[in-house]
Design a protein around this ligand. Sequence first.
Ligand SMILES: C[S@@+](CC[C@H](N)C(=O)[O-])C[C@H]1O[C@@H](n2cnc3c(N)ncnc32)[C@H](O)[C@@H]1O
Length: 310
Amino acid sequence: MSICNGTLPLIVENPLSKLIAQKPYYFTEYGAAYLGDSLEIMKKIPDSSIDLIVTSPPYALVFKKEYGNVDASEYVKWFMQFAQEFKRILKDSGSIVINIGGSWNRGKPTRSTYQFELIVELAKTFHLAQEFYWYNPAKLPSPAEWVTVRRIRVKDAVELILWLSKDLFPKANNRNVLQPYSKDMQRLIENGYVSKKRPSGHNITPKFQKDNNGSIPPNFLQIGNTDSSSPYLQRCKESGLSPHPARFPKELPQFFIDFLTEPEDLVLDPFCGSNVTGFVAESNRRKWIGIDLVEDYLKGSEFRFPKIYR
Ligand SMILES: C[S@@+](CC[C@H](N)C(=O)[O-])C[C@H]1O[C@@H](n2cnc3c(N)ncnc32)[C@H](O)[C@@H]1O
């Protein structure tokens, strides 16, 4: 329980207090952020209580970021400790969405296979419901040695996103993530279509003419990560806090929260950084838990919310 700083004192309950026996770093109307190692904090979360885990863990990088990254050779073993805990706390109807970038082998113009080794290992514990590809057109060309100096590789601008589940049929509804129809499709709906068999053998029937309020999205998400003027960045600057160096765009958790959860469901990000996931969950009336090891990242993440409580 806590007193907020408004003009009228309000008693506000931590929405997670009954679930996790630990004081959060801060909490909001819908969620709570915890400071510490998520492997330890997840042990305090009861079995089968989470609807969706959506996260971007530290990648196995050759050029490590300031928050520390695990070496590719150790990565699978390191990550599987977290995956075991994910399995325990996830509901049977729940899903896990992991954004995991690729990595180059040290000193060579070749790619690490760590992501693929991780998929094989994770698929022994979970169902691989589907893999997605996130294309970020704003990615800078790197590693410079191979891409911009010797010009023998191209820009690496696609990241893998794994969707895993405990059950064959996790909660999911693609009607919640429909995209606007293309001009061609709008014309087809208006003008009609002559049924015929495509060269591929697919039978295109008049059903394709039906207006279903939008098109079903592909597993290819084009999202530019170009935030340079958000209130989060402005407030970090005003406070002298460095913004998180590897934030994902809000459209990423937004897509999976819409697709895989309903209002009041509980979303966890065990590597939450600047807590984009918590912010999107809060804006969509989903309960949320965010965990990060680095206090400054959680401090900065407070700026995402109009009101936080302690
Ligand atoms: C790729 S960043 C996540 C960024 C986040 N998606 C955002 O948009 O701000 C990975 C985060 O994992 C955190 N981290 C690494 N190991 C951790 C652990 N064992 N427990 C909790 N957080 C951890 C790092 O501090 C870092 O902020």
